[in-house]
Design a protein around this ligand. Sequence first.
Ligand code: PMV
Length: 320
Amino acid sequence: MQATAIAQPNIALIKYWGKRDVERNLPAVGSISITLRDLHTRMRVAFDDALGGDLLTVNGVPDEKMLPRLSACLDRIAGTNRPGARIVSDCNFPIAAGLASSASSFAALTVAGAAAAGKSYTTAELASLAGQASGSAARSLLGGFVELSNAGDDIAVREICAAEDWPLAVVVAITETGPKPVGSTEAMEISRRTSPFYARWVEQQPEELAVARAAIADREFSKLAAIAEHNCLKMHSVMWAARPPMVYWNAATMRCLQTIRRLQGEGVDVFFTIDAGPQVKAVCLPDAVPVVEAALRGTDGVTDFMTTGLGQGARLETDT
Ligand code: PMV
């Protein structure tokens, strides 16, 4: 009746932006991500017949805001006539600031919730359950480089390269830790409804996925860098052209981009990507980490940074 799982966030290199079915939370486009190693969410789910409803604590503090989404996820996993659950979530990085905390949270919740309910779902079923809660969460079920594709009426995830087969590093430059102004579901719908670039974004995605897939297969860093930066800037362009426009960047976000451009000019193997938040993720070869860290540390407005390699997918912890 209880289980604990741990999952790491993932960073999309070819982004998921837009839904083809809001009700079922199905993405309009496929995506490719890397699962991180050193940032994590640990979720403990304990079903208890004596509970009238669900209880959630996040980093030791009761949280009612996130609870409905977590409860709905557990309903899909264990059925609506399940007992109440005590959910304890611990996250070692800032929540809701564009660092994919929802991805690691829902991946961990899905794995822990399924085990606590005594269900033995396949990876495809777990991906579907995690994906219904948060599109990007399905990717955190697997490690290394992960591709999420639309498969018929559902989604599918597969590892396209193991973490140890191309051990890239990611330096996350934190420029602000507050919650984001517009949640991703709302922002995706505003983009779909109002951005003149949205249709082209959806149309061009298969080609960009193919380029990234080939670059990963061939371990071609500069090819991956070019397509990932283009895809990221295009996703933000879709949002900038929406009505109302959605700009997740701040001045320090832009300064980080300039820092990364300067490093690239000096021959450093690094590229940037940015999600629905102001943080900049600098993806680099492991040898480049010291120089990338030093450059971002020296960038005005960077308040903190975290460096991590690539890691594995969501899994149960054995001590429960
Ligand atoms: O999974 P969601 O609903 O938090 O959306 C994630 C959207 C991006 O992070 C901006 C892109 C992505 O593919 O992770």
